[in-house]
Design a protein around this ligand. Structure first.
Ligand SMILES: *[C@@H]1O[C@H](CO)[C@@H](O)[C@H](O)[C@H]1NC(C)=O
Ligand SMILES: *[C@@H]1O[C@H](CO)[C@@H](O)[C@H](O)[C@H]1NC(C)=O
Ligand SMILES: *[C@@H]1O[C@H](CO)[C@@H](O)[C@H](O)[C@H]1NC(C)=O
Ligand SMILES: *[C@@H]1O[C@H](CO)[C@@H](O)[C@H](O)[C@H]1NC(C)=O
Ligand SMILES: *[C@@H]1O[C@H](CO)[C@@H](O)[C@H](O)[C@H]1NC(C)=O
Ligand SMILES: *[C@@H]1O[C@H](CO)[C@@H](O)[C@H](O)[C@H]1NC(C)=O
Length: 210
């Protein structure tokens, strides 16, 4: 009985919070929540409609309803990276963006200077693949974007860069979340709705039961 209860609650927890979307650069294919724990979010094959991306001074934008997560970005210079090995050299991950924690939920535009990472093969005209790694407490999630690097492109013209934090939503439809926008810094909000506090309390119990 205990198992049934906690399994149900964990299922609820997972469907409510454990995903993120990559808004820019565009990922390899349509978002599939069920495949997000897999390599490249389930898209193993390279795409040919690559995003032309700045070698220096770029950014990536993610959106999540999950407050309290860690995000990083792996980079592969392999032409057709289709497994995690292709994002590492001699067993060491090639990180274009070091893992960083974020306390809030919302939309985050994160600076990405690919040329600063010191990765071999990164140069003007190079085809590379970015793999965003997101950890919200219940396993890693992944999204990949295939890029062609450009030295003379500094500000992506087809994307806006701003942050907007939301009050962590705990329902499947996160549309009701209230938004606070900022283009300079992320406001760390410790307030949660009574419903959110209640659900997190239940999740705590569910985890404790395991
Ligand atoms: C490439 O095409 C796929 C399939 O139509 C699409 O999901 C993806 O967003 C496109 N990528 C870019 C960078 O436009
Ligand atoms: C980069 O990828 C594009 C699209 O797949 C391809 O047409 C082009 O030849 C590739 N460039 C290099 C330098 O490999
Ligand atoms: C990106 O990194 C390179 C190498 O460290 C540096 O020269 C350049 O100024 C950086 N660009 C930005 C926009 O920070
Ligand atoms: C990509 O990874 C696979 C599996 O580890 C490996 O066989 C292949 O040589 C790698 N490709 C390149 C270009 O390193
Ligand atoms: C930037 O470089 C690309 C090739 O990488 C070239 O096609 C384009 O004309 C260049 N743009 C400018 C403004 O120099
Ligand atoms: C958005 O938030 C991230 C993570 O805190 C931060 O690195 C970035 O500079 C912010 N972007 C803007 C446009 O404020």
């Amino acid at each position: 009985m205990r198992f049934t209860t906690s399994a149900f609650l964990l299922g609820l927890f997972a469907s409510a919070t454990a995903h993120f979307t990559l808004l820019y650069p565009l990922p390899r294919g349509d978002f599939d929540e069920d495949l997000e724990p897999n390599f490249c979010g389930g898209y193993t094959e390279v795409t040919t409609n690559r995003t032309t991306f700045p070698l220096s001074g770029g950014f990536f934008t993610i959106k999540t309803g999950h407050a309290g997560f860690t995000v990083g970005a792996l980079l592969s210079t392999v032409a057709d990276p289709n497994n995690f090995d292709n994002f590492s050299v001699n067993g060491v991950d090639q990180l274009a963006y070091q893992y960083a924690e974020e306390a809030s939920a919302g939309t985050f535009c994160i600076p990405l200077n690919i040329s600063a990472a010191g990765i071999s093969g990164v140069k003007d005209g190079a085809n590379v693949t970015l793999q965003i790694v997101f950890a919200g407490g219940d396993g890693n999630l992944y999204q990949c974007a295939d890029l062609t690097l450009s030295a003379n492109l500094t500000t992506p013209s087809d994307a806006t860069c701003s942050n907007a934090t939301v009050t962590a939503s705990t329902t499947a439809s996160s549309a009701a979340a209230s938004e606070t926008s900022t283009t300079t810094s992320v406001g760390v909000t410790h307030q949660a709705s009574a419903a959110a506090a209640f659900l997190f309390g239940i999740v705590g119990v569910a985890v404790a039961l395991l």
